[in-house]
Design a protein. Structure first.
Length: 356
């Protein structure tokens, strides 16, 4: 019986251990994702007239941001400026000695989504939860790193250049490159709030700021008045010209009746119609009138009867032949003197009384 009880207890212990291991393995990716949401946001190494702590001192400071929309507690994390902790062979106790831990017991370390927290550097934890003994040298570039609570996992790091008085080195984007950071002047430093500030200003407020004495407003008002007057002058001038043209048109209509104009238009349309008909017939006859065709055909037949043609079969060729049918002199002999023969062998043409 004792052996059975011992085996059962041993089995329960193994089950609990396996469940714990599974929960741990499941939580590791979640914790890693949460750690990636914590970022170094803004750093000032030379604080002369900027942020002051509750003791009236001005220390170097660092701003840490939760860029996610979930709540995450950063207590137990470490901040350091010692590059030697990058040695992976270094033991955890030795690494912890070179770091400054964010203490527990302060509600401000529980960051909600998009929240920021500022820690005082070059200070002492005895002054408060937000005071850390992280050494910062403003005279040379400073490497600053944020480690997880195990002191071995690097969450975020940045090398801060030498800054002037009250300048800060701030993250403006989260692309994971050196271009995410920029140096901000003293008037643009934003400890504890979003680094990218959007100023909302109405147009009226902007106009007041840019024109405090109202000179621009006066010039603009006068310009609008003169523009309106010029526009009215142009409108009335054009309207007057239009009315004058209308009156002139009415006078022309009254002086010249519409009927003659209508007859002229009708005549023009009739001539155009006739011209179109003539052109169409001319296209069909290749530009030669029908009467000319008839005359040519009749002449060809007459010459064919007079045997004035070639011997080509089926082809009528008109050859030049003087017939004297259009001789004006021969047709009008009664208007001229009788023609006497030049030789004695010529035909005798009776004249005078011989005609009887």
């Amino acid at each position: 019986m004792k052996n059975f009880e011992t085996l059962r207890n041993l089995f329960r212990s193994m089950v609990r251990n396996l469940l714990s291991l599974l929960l741990l393995l499941t939580a590791l990716p979640v914790m890693a994702q949460m750690d990636a949401s914590i970022k170094l946001s803004e750093v000032m190494t030379r604080n002369e007239t900027s942020m002051i702590d509750e003791y009236g001192a001005r220390n170097a400071w660092v701003e840490i941001a939760n860029i996610s929309h979930s709540t995450y507690n950063i207590r137990g994390m470490y901040l350091t400026t010692d590059r030697s902790v990058l040695d992976k062979k270094m033991s955890v106790p030795e690494r912890v000695k070179r770091m400054s831990q964010i203490p527990n017991g302060d509600e401000r370390t529980c960051l909600s989504g998009r929240q920021f927290i500022v820690f005082q550097l070059n200070s002492s934890p005895a002054k408060g939860t937000l005071h850390l003994c992280v050494p910062v040298d403003a005279e040379k570039p400073t490497w600053l790193a944020l480690y997880n609570g195990n002191a071995t996992q690097l969450i975020d790091s940045i090398t801060i250049p030498v800054l002037k008085s009250d300048q800060s080195f701030a993250r403006i984007t989260n692309n994971g490159t050196s271009a995410d950071w920029e140096i901000k002047s003293a008037d643009r430093v934003t400890p504890g709030i979003q680094n990218q500030t959007v100023v909302s200003e109405s147009k009226v407020e902007k106009f007041k700021r840019e024109d405090p004495y109202g000179i621009g407003m006066a010039v603009m008002a006068m310009g609008i008045v003169f523009f309106c007057l010029a526009l009215l002058w142009i409108v009335f001038t054009l309207f007057g010209m239009l009315m004058r043209h209308i009156d002139t048109a009415k006078k022309v209509v009254n002086q010249q009746p519409i009927k003659p104009i209508t007859k002229t238009v009708e005549k023009t349309m009739e001539v155009g119609h006739r011209t179109g008909v003539i052109l169409q017939e001319g296209l069909k006859t290749k530009g030669i009138d029908k009467e000319i065709y008839m005359a040519v055909i009749g002449m060809a037949l007459k010459q064919y009867e007079d045997d004035v043609h070639d011997v080509e079969s089926g082809v009528i060729t008109i050859k030049h032949h003087e017939t004297g049918w259009d001789d004006e002199y021969a047709q009008m002999t009664h208007f001229h003197e009788p023609v006497l023969p030049t030789t004695h062998q010529g035909q005798h043409i009776p004249t005078g009384p011989e005609l009887k």
